[in-house]
Design a binder for this molecule. Structure first.
Ligand SMILES: Nc1ncnc2c1ncn2[C@@H]1O[C@H](COP(=O)(O)OP(=O)(O)OP(=O)(O)O)[C@@H](O)[C@H]1O
Length: 229
């Protein structure tokens, strides 16, 4: 399989606080990679750097062999809109928009006509078992339902890579595993790569491979959650 994303010697600090201290990571097309490690080890920072949301201080992030650090902010923003999907712990749906409108949003921003966007949004809600919520506002949904809508919104443009930061962290264990199972099923169906930040062994177990960080670097013991569990 071809390399989709390659981070090399990534360094990033917040003022005096180092968050990444020379991380190397490679993700191939369609691969599901879990990034694990204790709180504060740099997982979210790595995800933000790989997704082009945050610039690295040094090192390079290559997407399909192009160094995105050299790109303008507008080129990176277009890349994020078209090729990447991002999902956070709390889905961050727009509270004033219905589930259907939330999911249609990335398509509308990409220039898809309203009717077609709505139809596609409904198909994606259906894929995650929440088609009946299309007309509901987020405030009238459970946490699991909101997160399923957020997943549909992150995947609706069929990105080549989904960046998910503790996507099931706010859900109970059973719902979390169900939602993760659905993300993985659809990612496999569509050949999407997933970079999955988690500190839970059951969640990391869904990935093809696990990369473990400690203090901003690859864990020198090489022991991830799965091997420790
Ligand atoms: N906005 C910020 N300003 C200052 N320091 C920050 C900021 N964001 C993160 N850090 C620091 O950078 C380091 C890495 O943080 P990061 O959030 O990437 O870790 P994490 O592994 O995702 O943590 P968690 O599992 O708790 O979410 C930590 O020491 C953290 O305190």
């Amino acid at each position: 399989m071809n390399t989709l994303l390659q981070g090399t010697a990534l360094h990033r600090a917040y003022g005096p606080t180092p968050a990444l201290r020379g991380v190397d990571i490679e993700v191939t097309e369609g691969e599901i990679v879990a990034v694990t490690g204790p709180s504060g080890c740099g997982k979210s920072t790595l995800l933000h750097c790989l997704a082009g949301i945050m610039r690295v201080d040094s090192g390079s992030v290559r997407y399909r062999d192009q160094d995105i650090g050299l790109w303008s902010e507008s080129a990176r923003s277009k890349l994020r809109r078209t090729e990447f999907g991002v999902l956070f712990q709390f889905g961050q749906l727009v509270p004033e928009l219905t589930a259907g409108e939330n999911v249609a949003l990335p398509l509308l921003l990409g220039g898809v006509k309203r009717r077609e966007a709505q139809k596609t949004a409904e198909e994606w809600l259906d894929r995650f078992g929440v088609a009946e919520l299309a007309g509901k506002l987020p405030g009238a949904m459970s946490g699991g339902q909101q997160q399923r809508c957020a997943v549909a919104r992150a995947m609706v443009t069929e990105p080549r890579a989904l960046f998910a930061d503790e996507p099931t962290g706010a859900l109970d264990v059973l719902t979390g595993e169900q939602v993760l199972g659905e993300i993985v099923r659809v990612a496999r169906e569509k050949g999407m790569a997933v970079v999955l930040v988690t500190h839970e062994a059951q969640i990391a177990a869904y990935a093809d491979r696990e990369i473990s960080l400690r203090d901003g670097a690859l864990d020198p013991t090489g022991l991830g959650l799965r091997t420790r569990a």
